[in-house]
Design a protein around this ligand. Structure first.
Ligand SMILES: *Cc1c(COP(=O)(O)O)cnc(C)c1O
Length: 465
């Protein structure tokens, strides 16, 4: 399997190369050159497999000969062996139509563990072949940082530098990063906003003074391997609910469009999906794009679902490219325009193509709180604010009675316990697997938002290629 850039100006890469690469040199995102497809019989034969075996079957066509089936299975067993539930991503029934897919049983309590636990193992395997060293630089407004750090802590060939905006993330989120004390983990609190931190990270990726000496890698969802790992739980849950004989719908709390794009990939591979519901909060650029064709960025309004507080959804470009006939030059022109004006119209083929599978719902804070109370009162389930937005969207649509509707539960409620307590009066407690988070020593470096100060810190602490 080869990978191509959405902007048509980069050479094709193997799975191994694309995993270590991040953003393509032409500024695009990588996608497989074609979608592998399973027959109905092949999908039916996956029913009942343990999660790690299913993961190996679903991912092998993307991995190609970068990993043998035996090696890929071994890595999946290692990654998913660390989850606190045997099913890895269990389904919970809410009523006769609605289900929750619990994606938060990994070490840091958010769905990002499903991909990042595996990504850490891919890094180690591929780097050991070349003997090279990888320097991961990332910015986080919450959940990505801790999941990425947990995925690479203690790995010899990887250094990780994670920037967060000082004082602007929750105590639980900060402590999940800063109490990981290991020589390869560097937490940096930036005097500035998340956008400032993100801008420095992007600049570093294109700064020869850094990239000549260091292999800079990405762990956000521009990394293809992350999306690939997320395809698996769409298969796992649909199979349990009767696929491939029966179509299943999914409602996905969406920010950067990574998680719901994985659902689109599952559909391209042959999984019968009735609908993918893109659930947004009041930062609703994706809702406007899908319902009206208007993809224009405003300013971010902070909400109690911070992982969905975004202006620009990087992975949306992957969908637009695929729906627009995979024309790299046209995509590059469309994105260049967007980068200039912060606004663009979807073409008819993009908007029409998306409407065949996607629909979208925008959810405000009141509706979010109502959904949280509904889950609690009617199904005895305490859900986090992100999941509540997905659930609101799932319940706002009229479904045929025979379609099971699965809402992706993207975070453990204890990660956002103040918001949960405000809406339900219940304060969820942290599961014992995160340990005594508030008793542990914290370690992090505070820097000004200044680009030079950040690169100076990274280059003097990272291991060169
Ligand atoms: C990251 C995150 C999301 C958004 O996922 P995308 O792939 O960026 O759309 C939703 N909920 C939670 C809890 C998250 O951590």
């Amino acid at each position: 399997m080869k990978y191509q850039s959405t902007r048509g100006g980069a050479e094709a890469l193997s799975f191994e190369e694309v995993t270590l690469a991040g953003l393509a040199p032409d500024g695009g995102l990588y996608l497989p050159t074609q979608w592998p497809r399973f027959s109905e019989d092949e999908i039916a034969a996956m029913a009942g497999l343990p999660y790690a075996q299913l993961a190996q079957r679903v991912m092998q066509p993307f991995v190609g000969d970068s990993l043998t089936p035996e090696k890929l299975l071994e890595l999946c067993e290692q990654a998913y062996g660390r989850f606190a539930h045997d099913a890895v991503t269990p389904l919970v029934q809410l009523d006769s139509q609605h289900w929750l897919l619990e994606l938060f049983h990994g070490p840091t309590l958010a769905f990002k563990d499903v991909a990042l636990q595996l990504l850490g193992l891919f890094f180690e395997e591929f780097l050991s072949r070349t003997g090279e060293q990888l320097t991961i630089v990332g910015a986080t407004s919450g959940d990505t940082g801790s999941a990425a750090i947990d995925g690479v802590v203690g790995r010899e060939r990887v250094d990780i530098f994670m920037l967060h905006p000082d004082g602007r993330i929750s105590d639980v989120q900060r402590r999940q990063m800063t109490t990981v004390i290991a020589p390869n983990v560097h937490n940096i609190a930036i005097d500035g906003s998340f956008d400032d931190a993100q801008a420095s990270v992007k600049r570093m990726f294109n700064d020869p003074a850094v990239t000549d000496r260091f292999n800079i890698g990405a762990v956000n969802s521009i990394n293809w391997a992350r999306l690939m790992a997320q395809v698996v739980y769409y298969f796992a849950s649909a199979l349990q609910l009767g696929a491939p004989k029966r179509k299943v719908a999914f409602s996905v709390p969406t920010g950067n469009f990574g998680d719901v794009f994985a659902g689109y990939v599952a559909a391209q591979m042959g999984l019968p999906i009735a609908k993918l519901v893109v659930a947004t909060n009041i930062n609703d650029i994706l809702h406007r794009a899908l319902s009206e064709g208007d993809y224009s960025a405003g300013t971010v309004t902070p909400t109690s679902a911070p992982s969905m507080d975004i202006q620009v959804s990087s992975n949306f470009e992957r969908l637009l490219f695929d729906l627009g006939g995979r024309d790299g030059a046209a995509m590059a022109a469309q994105m260049a325009d967007f980068e200039k004006t912060k606004a663009m119209r979807l073409t008819n083929s993009q908007q029409g193509g998306a409407a065949a599978l996607f629909t979208s719902i925008r959810c405000d804070e009141t509706e979010m709180a109502q959904a949280m109370r509904w889950a609690n009162e009617h199904a005895g389930q305490v859900v986090d604010p992100h999941t509540a937005i997905g659930l609101h969207a799932a319940r706002a649509i009229e479904w045929d009675a025979d379609v099971p509707v699965v809402t992706l539960a993207t975070a453990h409620p204890a990660k956002f316990r103040d918001a949960v307590e405000r809406s339900t009066g219940q304060r969820p407690s942290l599961p014992s697997r995160v340990g005594e988070l508030f008793e542990r020593e914290e370690r992090y470096t505070t820097l000004s938002g200044d680009y030079e100060a950040i690169t100076e810190f990274v280059t003097s602490n990272a291991t060169p290629k």
